[in-house]
Design a protein around this ligand. Structure first.
Ligand code: PRP
Ligand code: URA
Length: 209
């Protein structure tokens, strides 16, 4: 069964409040989303494994630890997932980045795929799918299907805000994928928007309507 990990670090919760606020403009919204993504990257990488090495400090030899060679891949779901990539790369700069373009049809709320470009070796990587919003779960579930069909074996999903409906969908479709969120909100409204949520993540990030 998929686990839901909620990051209640005070800095993440503080910044999320300003991200939600409708008075926050595009520039600040974009900066805050990247900052929260960086803090979430710190939390989501807690289980990375370490190898022991020896270095010489100016004083003496020292047994110390570095990340073992496990390779990471970040998979933003376009467009809004792009807003979290730079923040994550600040902490894990060697991660490869694959892109999945999916938008949600406004009438049917079904995901429509328009672009896929992935690292060739996704079967050897620990993948983190990133998207600020998990609403019905259609976009995330579709994107994870795309990755699995191409051989992905290790996938986590990281979102800012999730609706209970989206979590239930992911638990049903992908019980092997753990979900990492900053908040779980109340519900979806009749247009499939998360309540209270933050509005349309892509529009707020890129200044569109
Ligand atoms: C938003 C969001 C997710 C999706 C979530 O993207 O970034 O990808 O909706 O909804 P779901 O869980 O019901 O599928 P949107 O379709 O607005 O596209 P955009 O990022 O290009 O604006
Ligand atoms: N997509 C968004 O950008 N916001 C929502 O609340 C739901 C889907």
């Amino acid at each position: 069964m998929a686990k839901v990990h909620r990051f209640d670090h005070p800095l993440i919760q503080h910044k999320l409040s300003y991200i939600r606020d409708k008075r926050t403009g595009t520039k600040e919204f974009r900066e805050l989303v990247n900052e929260v993504a960086m803090l979430m990257a710190y939390e989501i990488t807690r289980d990375l494994t370490l190898d022991e090495i020896e270095v010489e400090t100016p004083v003496a030899p020292c047994k110390t630890r570095v990340l073992s060679g496990r390779k990471l891949g970040l998979i933003p779901i376009l467009r809004a997932g792009l807003g979290m990539v730079d923040g994550m790369l600040r902490l894990i700069p060697t991660a490869k980045v694959g892109h999945i373009g999916v938008y949600r049809d406004p009438e049917t709320l079904q995901p429509v795929e328009y672009y896929v470009k992935l690292p060739t070796d996704i079967d050897e990587r620990d993948l983190i799918v990133i998207d600020p919003m998990l609403a019905t779960g259609g976009s995330a579930s579709h994107s994870i299907n795309v990755l699995k069909k191409r051989g992905a074996r290790s996938i986590k999903l990281m979102c800012l805000i999730a609706a209970p409906e989206g979590i239930a969908r992911l638990e049903r479709d992908h019980p092997d994928v753990d979900i990492y969120v900053a908040a779980v909100d109340e519900r979806l409204n009749e247009h499939g928007y998360i309540v209270p949520g933050l509005g349309d993540a892509g529009d707020r990030l890129f200044g569109t309507k």
